[in-house]
Design a protein around this ligand. Structure first.
Ligand code: SF4
Length: 318
């Protein structure tokens, strides 16, 4: 494993048993790495496996196969003390800030929950630390004694971020952190995450179906389709020269804020829904929606190949 990688995911699989005979292959052999200090965006339609992938990386789900290495250690075979250490170094920010905050606890106690487990502070230090975290996320010390229902959606997500930062993590998985927020607030939260990353040297896995926000925050982007990685490249390459037909369709659907350009551009319309991951199609899982599908696509599963430096694509066209 390269020393630059904080996370290395190797052939990761997460399958769920559904009923007696069916298996849902939510993540089915995915490999990638995340370098220290970088943001890897993970995109795809709902049901593509991106959140399951993130949660398996964090050890919330056990793996069905493959490995996740965090700073060289296999997350899924850590002993008790290694797990405790990992939990303080790797945190999560949830999609729905309200559902993830206990309504009976004050904001101060919510922020300090993880801190109380992993770090030991005297009461005055604890309070100072909470107030410092509130300031870091753009709130003030007066919010410490409030309750979640007294805050707006954006403020609650700021609390979710402060809670994650409280244990001084190196890695944060941001699981659709803006999709439950008003559009006007989304950019503020993304900009806050970018600012905190610079200040604290954080590493992010940013999961979202919003490709324009992912473009704004990510260094590299992975595109998932039905449990597999379809394409992985630097932000610039992926948005300017997407190769996989699925990536091309997703990118062509991003609205352009210029009405004239928007009216003239050719959009690639994605037909149909994502097929069920319980019985995915043979060969290329995208073939039923792909305008370039050939005979081979129904017979052979394309593997993720490096087609240009640091540009990986799983498609028989390349
Ligand atoms: Fe389309 Fe075939 Fe490429 Fe799949 S492998 S994306 S079906 S051309």
């Amino acid at each position: 494993m390269s020393n630059n990688n904080l996370i290395e995911v190797v052939d990761l699989k997460k399958h769920f048993q559904v009923g007696r005979n069916a298996t849902l292959k939510a993540v089915d052999g995915v490999s990638f790495n995340i370098k220290k200090g970088e943001t890897l965006g993970l995109v795809g339609e709902s049901g593509c496996g991106k959140t399951t992938c993130g949660r398996t990386i964090l050890g919330i789900y056990k793996t069905t196969g493959g490995h996740v290495y965090f700073d060289g250690k296999d997350v899924h075979s850590m002993n008790r003390s290694e797990k405790l250490n990992f939990k303080s170094r790797a945190q999560i920010i949830f999609q729905d800030p309200y559902a993830s905050l206990d309504p009976r606890m004050t904001i101060g106690d919510i922020i300090a929950e993880g801190m109380d487990v992993h770090l030991s502070f005297r009461p005055a230090e604890r309070r100072e630390k909470i107030e410092d975290l509130l300031n870091k996320v753009g709130l003030n010390s007066e919010h410490r004694l409030r309750f979640p229902h007294e805050l707006s959606g954006g403020q609650r997500q700021r609390i979710g971020i402060a809670r994650a930062l409280a244990v001084e993590p190196e890695f944060i998985m941001c699981d659709e952190p803006i999709s439950a927020l008003d559009v006007s607030i989304q950019a503020q939260i993304v900009n806050l995450l970018i600012k905190l990353q610079k200040e604290m040297g954080l590493t992010y896995l940013f999961i979202s179906h919003d490709l324009s926000m992912v473009k704004h925050i990510s260094d590299r982007v992975g595109v998932m389709y039905l449990g597999s990685m379809a394409e992985l490249a630097s932000n610039k390459v992926l948005y300017e020269k997407p190769l996989h037909p699925y990536t091309q369709a997703l990118i062509s659907a991003i609205p352009i804020p210029d009405p004239e350009v928007e009216e003239k551009r050719n959009r690639i319309k994605l037909e149909g829904e994502v097929p069920s991951p319980i019985n995915p199609p043979e060969g290329c899982k995208f073939r039923q929606r792909c305008m370039y599908a050939e005979d081979i696509c129904g017979k052979v599963t394309p593997i993720l190949k490096e087609v240009d430096k640091d540009h990986f694509v799983a498609c028989h066209l390349f």
